[in-house]
Ligand binder design. Structure first.
Ligand code: MG
Length: 438
């Protein structure tokens, strides 16, 4: 029942109030802070979830509509568990539950424990006089803003006073415009409804077309687009182009580690491109690679006191922030990078981009892992192999990765080679291999 990001599915089918009330009863070991994104199904799911928690005898801190990082921080500040009701970037018919524990995502072992109890219908009600209470935490957003302000060079941003378009489209509306203004930006917010998503939630070129246009129209210095729960932020340069995801990651890595003395470690995932590796090596940092998913990135960061952890999709974890991705902080960090380094359209030219292919193949959820296993057994290509999340093979002049999507019915292929011809040849061979096994 768990994917790379908690429980997620179509409302009414895989995710409904019955599931929410049961999970609410099964999950808690202490007080739980609960929040939701703006999905229509969020309200009733939240009511069911909260009932479940109270019925077990635990208290709930209900912060209502909020971003995922605001919820994560609330669980850290309140020193308790947390559940975010969200399906992140999925379409509005989806919803889901994401579980936190003192600021970070719960470990895989606890997910297994929940899944096991759910399967066995291990539900227990407290006695009538032990039913939990609902508490409020009015300052959740303000505390999130306070934390971010401590991590940003506000004087620098105030001096430059950059003009920025924020495409909120979800709970980011409740925090991003206020924060960005307070740190010294001229803010032009768009898609600020908290009644419904005004564009599709996945922050890609098609869905961010309104943002791209607005940046050009208003002569803004840059734009930020958030995903449906704002743990991710995507940057648009002043010419209305989305920064390539791996360049955006390389930029923020350099911002976090440049000039730091001593040992420094950066964590990224098996999806990381050559640009990211080069940026880390150039700054004399060490890096660790994990399977896809912020839960693995965060765990690895904690293990070795990592400075920064990031995935190419735009999910970044900062050492002194919450222990899970924070798109709101990411937006503020890019304001800082702009003010320190200048226009993004110029900055990205520093990074030599190699030809890359990102492709997805439809494959049912129930089959996708099996298909990837089958492909693993058939691949006979030389190189450094990693098989802890799909299969990645690194060769002298490039690499490729085949893995089952953690949240959607796809098998994903990523390939990057320094040479177009080699990419073309490798792609032909791998494409056939995937197609013939689905
Ligand atoms: Mg998200």
């Amino acid at each position: 029942m768990f994917g790379t990001s908690g429980i997620r599915g179509i409302y009414g089918k895989e995710v409904n109030e019955e599931l929410a009330v049961k999970i609410g009863n099964i999950f808690p070991k202490e007080t739980v802070v609960v929040a939701r994104d703006i999905r229509k199904s969020g309200k009733t799911l939240s009511m069911a979830l909260i009932s479940g928690i109270l019925s077990k005898g635990y208290d709930v801190i209900d912060i209502g509509i909020a971003t995922t990082p605001t919820l994560a921080l609330a669980s850290k500040n309140m020193n308790c568990d947390g559940i975010m009701i969200t399906a992140s970037h999925n379409p509005p018919e989806y919803n889901g539950l994401k579980f936190f524990f003192k600021g970070g995502e719960i470990p895989k072992e606890r997910e297994l424990e929940i899944a096991e109890k759910y399967k066995n219908e291990d539900i227990a009600f407290c006695s009538w006089n032990k039913i939990g209470k609902i508490q409020k935490y009015e300052d959740a957003v303000l505390d999130h803003i306070k934390l971010i302000k401590k991590m940003i060079d506000i004087d620098l941003i105030k001096k430059k006073n950059p003009k920025v378009v924020l495409d909120c489209n979800g709970p980011a509306s409740l925090i991003a415009p206020k924060l960005m203004e307070e740190i010294g930006c001229k803010v032009i917010p768009i898609n600020t409804s908290i009644e419904k998503f005004e564009r599709a939630s996945e922050p890609n070129k098609k869905n961010l077309s309104g943002l791209l246009k607005k940046v050009i129209e208003t002569g803004a210095d840059f734009g930020i687009g958030y995903d449906g729960d704002a743990d991710r932020a995507i940057v648009v340069d002043e010419t209305g182009c989305i920064l390539p995801f791996d360049v955006q990651l390389a930029l923020i890595i350099e911002n976090e580690i440049a000039g730091l003395a001593g040992e420094k470690k950066v964590v990224t995932t098996i999806e990381a491109s050559l640009i990211v590796k080069e940026a880390i090596e150039k700054n004399n940092a060490e890096y660790a690679i994990t399977p896809v998913g912020s839960i693995f990135v965060s765990k690895e960061m904690k293990k070795d006191n990592g400075i920064f952890g990031g995935e190419p999709c735009g999910e970044y974890i900062f050492k002194n922030g919450v222990s899970s991705p924070d798109g709101i902080l990411t937006g503020a960090k890019f304001a800082e990078i702009f003010c320190r380094c200048g226009k993004f359209s110029k900055l990205i030219k520093k990074y030599a981009q190699h030809p890359i292919v990102r492709e997805k193949f439809e494959c049912e959820n129930s089959k996708k892992y099996e298909v990837v296993e089958k492909i693993k057994g058939k691949i006979n290509i030389e190189g450094e192999k990693r098989v802890d999340d799909g299969i990645r093979i690194d060769q002298k002049d490039g690499w490729f990765l085949i893995r089952a999507s953690g949240t959607e019915p796809y098998i994903r292929l990523t390939m990057e080679y320094k040479d177009d011809k080699k990419l073309y040849e490798m792609h032909r061979c791998i494409f056939e291999l995937i197609k013939s096994n689905i």
